[in-house]
Ligand binder design. Structure first.
Ligand SMILES: [Zn+2]
Ligand SMILES: [Zn+2]
Length: 273
């Protein structure tokens, strides 16, 4: 039996040999990949993916701009959660939706690079909050028409890996999306809510009675989709619903300086001069 590090080295060399014949460039920086373990990304770029460090809302994880926001009130909630308490008990989101993670999620989701499922799920697992106590993991479902077009549900692939790590079952059949909706990101709040009303349905609700549910999705944009799923589950008689997303779109005030530094380093145009 080979030792684990020897095995990893052998796999790395095989990968390098294959990439010598069929070269692959890092999607983020364009450098050729060698023994790098993550498909389509070099190790240097992958290691720049870091969790957000700012204090966050104790309910929905929305980052606060002020680093002192939770100094004296660790359970401080954001204005949205205070005004309209969400149907989920707690939503955790682990990384900011910024390059190169943004490119990785887009390649995974829209360009069919499903081999990124495992490294993306490992990122999730590496940053999991402690003490997650749930009975069932449910990925946010796609409408059958979108599933046919994409051929896989990215949230199910992530949920599957999480299920192995947390030793909890994953269900892809109890929560169904019965209405094809427009992408949420382009709509204002009221339209988003209208768009999603009655978009989800519970099948065999008796299986989920009083069960603690963990909803899994790739990106948290407005939280409306997760909230609608949580509302549908709760009204069918489940126990508390929690939500976990890999990445979250963040306010520009929270984007680390290195992203602005990158933009400033680009050559200036003469536009407007
Ligand atoms: Zn790179
Ligand atoms: Zn909140």
């Amino acid at each position: 039996m080979l030792r684990e590090d020897t095995q990893d080295r052998l796999i790395g060399w095989c990968r390098q040999a294959i990439r010598f014949v069929l070269p692959v460039d890092c999607i983020a920086c364009g450098h050729s990949l060698g023994t790098d373990p993550v498909p389509f990304f070099c190790t240097a770029c992958w290691h720049t993916i870091r969790p957000l460090q700012q204090p966050v809302c104790a309910r929905c994880d929305q980052p606060f701009v002020s680093p002192a926001a939770t100094t004296y009130t660790p359970n401080h909630q954001c204005q949205d959660c205070i005004e309209r308490p969400p149907d989920f008990e707690r939503a955790w989101t682990l990384f900011p939706y910024l390059p190169p993670l943004r490119e990785a999620i887009c390649s995974f989701k829209y360009r069919g690079k499903h081999t990124l499922a495992q490294p993306l799920a490992h990122l999730m697992i590496s940053a999991l909050p402690s003490g997650i106590d749930v009975d069932v993991i449910i990925p946010v479902p796609l409408h059958p028409a979108r599933l046919r077009a994409r051929e896989f549900n990215q949230s199910l692939l992530l949920a599957d890996q999480l299920s192995r790590h947390l030793a909890r079952p994953v269900s892809a059949t109890h929560l169904a999306r019965i209405a094809a909706t427009d992408p949420q990101t382009t709509l204002p709040r009221q339209a988003r809510l209208r768009n999603l009303r009655k978009a989800f349905e519970i099948r065999r609700p008796q299986d989920l009675a009083e069960k603690r549910i963990l909803l899994v999705d790739d990106v948290f944009t407005t939280g409306t989709t997760l909230n609608e799923c949580a509302k549908t589950l709760r009204s069918a008689g489940t126990g508390p619903v929690f939500a976990l997303t890999l990445a979250r779109t963040v306010d520009t005030a929270l984007v680390p300086d290195r992203f602005y530094a990158k933009q400033a380093a680009q050559p200036l145009t003469t536009m407007g001069i």
